[in-house]
Design a protein. Structure first.
Length: 131
């Protein structure tokens, strides 16, 4: 994927407002939504998209961080870090399966991904030459 087009969408759940990205690209001359069914929060370096949600359980913990790579056919899950809001146990799911991990390993994986700085000279969606 050489080009991504984003649009903000706002959703409200449980009395809280959330801002997510709808993410599109052009494949074979067609506009394709990469975010269908997902709530991407960040575009990261290397063509990676992050889907994340912090869940505040009884001990103010919990949540998930799911990382996807953009491919010529859409998105493919790379790995997912989760923290159970009830037990606060961390887990990791990747191509090899799922397992419990330490908090240190979880934070290390999350820290490996860097947000992409979006340049201010990006083309607005309404100005994009679509046919």
């Amino acid at each position: 994927v050489e080009e991504l087009i984003t649009r903000d969408k706002k959703a409200s759940y449980g009395g809280r407002d959330y801002l997510f990205l709808n993410v599109y690209t052009v494949m074979n001359g067609e506009l394709v939504e990469l975010s269908a069914g997902r709530s991407f929060a960040y575009i990261l370096e290397g063509g990676i998209l992050e889907e994340t949600e912090e869940v505040y359980g009884p001990e103010n913990g919990g949540g998930y961080w799911n990382y996807y790579r953009c491919t010529g056919d859409g998105t493919v899950s790379i790995e997912k870090i989760v923290q159970d809001p009830s037990t606060l146990i961390w887990g990791r799911v990747d191509a090899t399966g799922g397992r419990d991990i330490t908090e240190e390993e979880a934070l290390s994986v999350i820290g490996r991904y860097s947000a992409l700085r979006l340049e201010p000279d990006m083309i607005p969606f309404t100005d994009y030459p679509m046919q």
